[in-house]
Design a protein around this ligand. Structure first.
Ligand code: PLP
Length: 393
């Protein structure tokens, strides 16, 4: 009888693993660019790989495949693909699903790199994007026109942790014949499974929670078999595949996803609660706080609220810079989702490409500090932040 492998923690450990190769308990690193053709007949390969057959590592590789199967299991998807970065995954999605003359409707509140791709690169290929300065379902759906092929969501958003009602948007989009892709990096598959909410494609920067150790850049997408097959063809053509060693790191990182996320969720909640009552803090953005404007939606749709906490300082930008300079354990670095706590200011990192006016419209204050709460002891994270906050006038 096949062992029960239903729970997310069990899937994180076991799903996809290619065990038993020469008795190995772990998936081997198939550090090879190419493979022997399995037999004479297969040498007339016509562009689609039979399951379990490998020809060349840009097309597929057993170590990478194991990571893809684990991600598919974690997202409850029919299939998944892994890429060399989150941006490579996003690029492959849009280059597969859209052609000249097509339009994307995107939330304006999205990762800066994605914004740059949509705003500055795709128009050269004749693909335009309507950016919706709102997370409300009606506003997103009313931006759809006859040329729209894809709605791009990010949930929760960076850095203000705003939420979108994925289920409602997906239902409305499908009624209009439009597909929905969602960047679920901030939630990870532990806190949210967007395909079960009706999205067509879920995308992750695996650089963040999925790998979880800030030692790898990788990306992934998951969805139905036909969609993944379409995008796979583009990955073969455009490249952007992850190398086998990277695939191994990702596999190893994902095994602890469930326990890491549990701690990230606990530390995020404790940190947000602490900062909320701090005298130097003006405002805290965290979906797990009852003060969050979409708290009810958060409780209904997220299984955990994550480790990302953003806050504004009472003393403005000057005070925020002082806090940043005074941190001792928490590293000043972009990125997020690793075991170590990190701090950054959207002003000079993720949103540096946005104009002051665009940042203002999104509600990104110049004193905003974004913390990625790691899995350290919460007392130590809080102590470091408190001493840094003390330094701010
Ligand atoms: C929400 C989000 N999506 C996508 C990306 C891009 O991922 P990558 O850096 O792996 O290309 C990032 C990176 O910071 C991100 O934070």
């Amino acid at each position: 009888m096949k062992p029960r492998q239903e729970g997310p923690s069990t899937k994180a450990v076991h799903a996809g693993e290619l065990v038993g190769v020469i008795g190995s308990v772990n998936t081997p690193i198939f550090q090879t660019a190419t493979f022997y053709y399995p037999n004479e007949k297969e040498s007339t390969w016509k562009g689609e790989l039979p399951e379990g057959t490998y020809i060349y590592s840009r097309h597929g590789n057993p170590t990478i495949r194991a990571a893809e199967e684990k991600i598919a299991a974690l997202e409850g998807a029919e299939d998944a693909l892994v890429f060399a970065s989150g941006m490579a995954a996003t690029s492959a999605i849009v280059l597969s699903l859209l052609s000249k003359g097509d339009r994307i409707v995107s939330m304006e509140d999205i990762y800066g790199g994605t914004f740059n791709l949509f705003k500055n690169e795709l128009p050269r290929l004749g693909i335009e994007t309507s950016f919706v300065p709102s997370v409300r379902t009606e506003d997103i759906l009313s931006a759809v026109d006859k040329t729209t092929k894809l709605i791009w969501l990010e949930n929760p958003t960076n850095p203000l942790l705003k939420l979108v009602d994925v289920e409602a948007v997906a239902k409305g989009a499908h009624d209009l014949g439009v597909k929905v892709a969602i960047d679920s990096t901030f939630a990870s598959p532990m806190n949210q499974n967007p395909l079960a909410m009706g999205a067509d494609i879920v995308m992750h920067s695996c650089t963040k929670y999925l790998n979880g150790h800030s030692d790898l850049v990788a990306g992934a997408l998951a969805g139905s078999k036909p969609i993944v097959q379409e995008i796979w063809k583009r990955r073969v053509t455009i490249g952007g595949n992850l190398d086998p060693m990277g695939g191994f790191l990702l596999l190893r990182g994902m095994k602890t996803l469930a326990v890491r996320m549990q701690r990230h969720n606990e530390n995020g909640m404790a940190l947000a609660t602490h900062l909320q009552s701090h005298e130097k803090v003006q405002r805290v953005h965290y979906p797990g706080l009852p003060s969050h404007p979409q708290y009810e939606l958060a409780r209904r749709t997220l299984r955990g609220f994550g480790g990302m906490v953003s806050f504004e300082m009472k003393g403005g930008q000057k005070a925020a810079f002082k806090v940043m300079r005074s941190l001792r354990m928490i590293a000043l670095a972009p990125s997020l989702g690793g075991v170590e706590s990190l701090a950054s200011m959207p002003l000079n990192t993720s949103h540096v490409a946005f104009s002051a006016e665009e940042r203002k419209r999104l509600g990104i204050n110049d004193s905003l500090i974004r913390i990625s709460a790691g899995i350290e002891d919460i007392e130590d994270i809080i102590e470091d932040l408190d001493q840094a906050l003390d330094s701010a006038k």
